[in-house]
Design a protein around this ligand. Structure first.
Ligand code: SF4
Length: 373
């Protein structure tokens, strides 16, 4: 199983919390799509014998692209790679772009999964975050997507926002589960460098939510997920049974994938690779026939650390027998020692499989450090 990621680095405007690489210069879109198709064709030798099971358009805002552009990128992928008949093909979209014509066209060209960036069902919060939609737009976009035949719809929400108390957050989760969604991603609001939110925080205009409230909201996410018959299968992700994101799961399983576009990462043949994170330089480089990739061959230590870091994000956790077979008895002994130092309410361990409880997931960064140092 392998996947393809296509990065669309354009947004109409910048949300105050976002540090993803994206720009607001839509005049570059045509040149960008041409460069993207060139890169897609030029790297077809990198996963030659693999069947592609997932294609993911992420961003930025992929739903800013006109349908013929998305269609031509997909055609280039199909021309150059072996795509499974039942491939999961996801497009990240913002509610304001999902009008009825656009939705029916997305369906027609083969997009079969939507990941809608809702972030909040509270209008004041959406305005504060500088999102371009309202709560009503968000709800209507999900209902319209269902009407136009999408039965695999994911939405994103953000918790830990000052001004949204635990009761208001639970109400937002109830709204989410009242909608025809198969998948829900919830992220804690981070104060990232070089964002407007960081500036507001420095200037005292925004006081970040305390850790205890963030933990309570994360635990509410976990409880509501279970109450509604969904599975909390990764720190930030929950789905109906059998409706996990196949694409994102392949990252956590360390499956091979190719990423196209500026800043996109790839993993194939034991190599991690990433493209230059600048649209203009990317377009220039690709148009001149150059590669924009930097590559790095993973060491055994890198592979061990990735296996632990990614495994502990998921509800399956890590399998100690497999760790011993792959990395030897010494690593197994180190892991057992790290487990013995942990608080019992942070993990589950049956002697072989080790995974984190919801409370453990919330502090997974500090647990992972114990395992890989
Ligand atoms: S739309 Fe998404 S990618 Fe674009 S600025 Fe907002 S959060 Fe970032």
């Amino acid at each position: 199983m392998s996947g393809i990621y296509v990065h669309i680095p354009f947004c109409k405007s910048k949300c105050i919390y976002c540090d993803f690489y994206s720009i607001a210069v839509s005049s570059l879109i045509d040149d960008y799509c041409n460069a993207l198709k060139k890169e897609i064709a030029s790297r077809s030798n990198q996963l030659t014998d693999k069947q592609i099971q997932t294609i993911y358009f992420g961003g930025g805002t992929p739903s800013m692209l006109a349908i013929p552009c998305i269609e031509s990128i997909l055609a280039e992928i199909y021309r150059n790679y072996n795509i499974a008949d039942n491939a999961e093909i996801t497009l990240e979209a913002n509610p304001e772009n999902l009008n009825t014509d656009y939705l029916s066209a997305l369906k027609r060209i083969g997009i079969n999964r939507l990941s809608i960036g809702i972030q909040s069902f509270d209008d004041a919060t959406l305005k504060f975050l500088k999102r371009r939609h309202t709560a009503k737009d968000a709800i209507e976009s999900v209902l319209a997507a269902q009407k136009y035949g999408f039965d695999n719809i994911s939405i994103d929400l953000i918790y830990g926002i000052t001004g949204i108390d635990n009761r208001m957050w639970e109400k937002q989760l109830d709204t989410a589960f009242s909608l025809p969604i198969s998948h829900l991603s919830c992220y804690c609001l981070g104060i990232e460098d070089n964002t407007l939110l960081h500036r507001y925080t420095d200037e005292g205009k925004y006081i970040p939510t305390d850790d205890e409230s963030c933990l309570q909201q994360f635990l509410a996410f976990d409880s509501k997920v279970r109450e509604n018959g969904y599975e909390h299968y990764e720190i930030s992700n929950a789905s109906k049974p059998d409706m996990r994101s196949r694409h994102n799961s392949s990252y956590w399983n360390r499956t091979e994938y190719l990423g196209f576009g500026p800043g996109a990462h790839s993993y194939y043949n034991g190599i991690r690779a990433w493209n230059i994170a600048n649209v203009k330089e990317y377009v220039k480089g690709i148009s001149e026939g150059n590669t924009c990739l930097t590559t790095e061959t993973l060491s055994e230590t890198d592979i061990f650390e990735e296996t632990i870091m990614l495994g502990l994000r998921t509800s399956e956790g890590i399998n100690l027998r497999e760790i011993e077979q792959r990395f030897g008895n010494e690593k197994l002994t180190e892991i057992r020692a790290a487990i013995s130092n942990l608080q019992p309410d942070l993990y589950m361990f049956d002697g072989n499989r080790f995974s984190l409880t919801p409370k453990g997931m919330f502090v997974s960064d500090s647990i992972i450090v114990e395992f890989i140092e």
